[in-house]
Design a protein around this ligand. Sequence first.
Ligand SMILES: *Cc1c(COP(=O)(O)O)cnc(C)c1O
Length: 438
Amino acid sequence: MSDFAGGPIPGALSWTPDLSAADRETVWHPYAPMPSVVEPFPVVGADGVRIRLADGRELVDGMASWWSAIHGYRNPVLDQAVRDQLDTMAHVMFGGLTHAPGVLLARRLAAMAPEGIEHVFFADSGSVSVEVAIKMCLQYQRSQGHSGRTRLLTVRGGYHGDTFGAMAVTDPAGSMHQLWADVLPGHVFADRPPAVCTEEYADHLRRLAAEHADTLAAVIVEPVVQGAGGMLFYDPEVLRVLRAVCDEHGLLLVFDEIATGFGRTGELFAAAHAGVSPDIMTVGKALTGGYLTLAAALCTARVAHGISSGEAPVLMHGPTFMANPLACAVAYASTGLLLDGAWRENVAGIAKLLTEHLEPARELPGVADVRVLGAIGVVEMAEPTDMRTATKAAMDLGVWIRPFGKLLYVMPPYITPEEDVVRIAEALVAAARVSGRP
Ligand SMILES: *Cc1c(COP(=O)(O)O)cnc(C)c1O
């Protein structure tokens, strides 16, 4: 019998109107002041691709909860995976102990990852996995006798997370991290990767790498899609150039696939658009299908061996909740759902519908660009939008979006039915219409 038998069994915590005041007075929301100026909408449930608000409205989710809920909410397979794991154990430490969900997930990730990636270090969020990846790079170079190689080369427009190491490789200009420019380590920034890689741009990368080779440990980029830094898509050729540059100068190549991983761009990992393998890859966001926080830094045998035969000779990192079994179990189930390959058709279908139904936005005043890649749709305005007005226009059509700056964008769950994808696209066009009004 369980030690806990007979204790109270709490029901689901439900929303009551007084919680709005408590939220305002106590809770700090992302990228917001305290107290908040824009009241968040209370959510009382989410099912499939719909989010249900406390006032009874139902919104089709255009955001997949920031790229993560690729299989939708209350997915029966994922729900069951969490329940089953809960009946075994919610958590144990990963130091000196191991468990099936962690091992099985690691083995599957290594199998899914680009050629050459063999080892998996679990972390508890995307930003932390980027910290781990950077640490791997520096420690690898140190093990090779290059302790002076402590900087990274990256490109403008990138975003790698909100912790300090990750902020340092995020474009400081115009980003959320501008504030910290003078307290972050100085890395080397190349120009934004272009939509078409010219010989001139390739030379720019080659020159920068050659110029700083003595102090560079690695190159880090989001492959093909720059997410929070501008929702820009760039020429995969850039990745081939970077691979060659890294090989020439003994640098490691890191692909941050936290946003792009698990099918979002139409390939399982965006690296496949270029046919290039990185030395280190980070994953997060959709890893657990949006259920629990989990991320990982994956690497090749060369990186792992370099670090493990170096002066330390261990990777000096170990988050308390590393490889949390609940998170690993649901990630195993979520990646399992991807294995049958149906995601590829779903993502291609979403791409086709977004392309078709975002087209009218091109004609609207104030619209600078409309672009689609995989299940990502973007309407870029010439000027920053008013988030509240744009959000309301979409909500009036029953769709949840979260614009920022000049960007109106969506990345719906892969399971979104056709009519809901169309509705999402129409809502984005409506948001662009109100945003472009003088
Ligand atoms: C979201 C994101 C991160 C940070 O992940 P968190 O889980 O929010 O810490 C890092 N890199 C990229 C490319 C991202 O999109």
